[in-house]
Design a protein around this ligand. Sequence first.
Ligand code: ADP
Length: 469
Amino acid sequence: MFNIVQSIQSPTGDTVLGTLYLRSNLESKYNEVSTTAVIFVTASLIAAVISIIVALLVSRSITQPIGEMREQAIRIAKGDYSRKVAIHGKDELGQLAETFNQLGERIEETQEAMESERNRLDSVLSHMTDGVVATDRRGKVITINEMAMSLLNVTNEEAIGQSILTLLEIDEEYTLRKLLENPEDMLLERPSNDSTGTNLILRIDFSMIRRESGFISGLVAVMHDVTEQEKNEQERREFVSNVSHELRTPLTSMRSYIEALSEGAWKDPEIAPNFLKVTLDETDRMIRMINDLLSLSRMDSGNSQLQLEYINFNEMVNFVLDRFDMMVTNESKKYLIRREFTKRELWVEVDTDKMIQVIDNIMNNAIKYSPDGGIITVKLMETHNNIVLSINDQGLGIPKKDLTKIFDRFYRVDKARARQQGGTGLGLAISREVIKAHGGAIWAESRENRGSTFYIMLPYEPYEEDWWV
Ligand code: ADP
């Protein structure tokens, strides 16, 4: 209840006119106020809930695409380009998602391009006839192709991660710095991986891998098998030196004889003919040597075509041996030729002149290196696919270690003796080339001081008798 008691005074304020008593019931007002408060609180709560919901919805609409992009980024990092981020509108987030998808596509394209580039590079490297080894900047091998593995006789696992200096076994002479500062080519000798036990000669060219900034990021070594080239080069050098030496010796001796003659020996009827004979012999030997060299050089360059004819081989050998039988009476050294021929007539296709030159040469050697009165046995045999001609002497023989070398140019077992007997050291080399050109083989067997046997084997196809019927 609300009560007010108030005195009423006159305007002058000096007299009290009465008293005002006011009494009112405020219950309803309080009720009204509390109802309003309830409404206000409820409304505030509802507003708060709505704002929370709205805030949640708004934040979700932002975080969901960002979350999707995050997941997509993780998938791309793992190399899965198959999915795309959903685009929820044209706002900034939508644009970001679209850009993100484009970025994914570009990464996929770049990745594919790199992959195919790498495949191409791999296939180029593995089909290269040169060996290639690439290292990082510390010189550790990061790539090695098959050729390099085979040349260096290592596996991929052994090579990767190893220092290139250790791999090439040059760590004693070289440092990585030296290679990087002065990456020139080098020749390296490595044991070959086949069973021949020979050494391979590898030429290795080094080059640096430089980034555009100039930073050195590695080293590439390209290796090439130059064994054959080096061998040929070595042979060529030896050959030139041999030829010069072989020509200088007779020329020097001739010069001294001619000098002696010019200084008065020509007047001496005893000495002069002898000196002239020596110079004549030496000149003949030089001419023979030059002719031999020319025919070898023709065969080497492939200019000497075989003039093949179908001949009776037995008859051809008999013809050559008959000539030697005839010569025996004129020679100072006596010899006897024994023939042991197959009954069968052997018809083969050969270059008659060249074949006669080969048999002549072996017969001459057999006589030259035999004692006086030695027996030379010539056998002619046939196997199913070959004919074999063997010429055996009772001479001084050839040491085992020289048996294969005597077919090399200018190789002689006893240089002085061979030269003295007028040999050029080229006869067997020519014989080997001729027999090789006929598809056959030539070799020698020997026992020192007991004699030597030279074999010539030629391909042979026995003809059927009824062909001619
Ligand atoms: P040469 O002109 O010196 O005889 P060849 O090429 O014909 O040259 O022979 C090479 C070398 O092989 C000879 O110098 C000799 O040492 C050796 N030789 C060849 N045939 C015989 C043989 N029948 N007996 C012994 N040694 C031989």
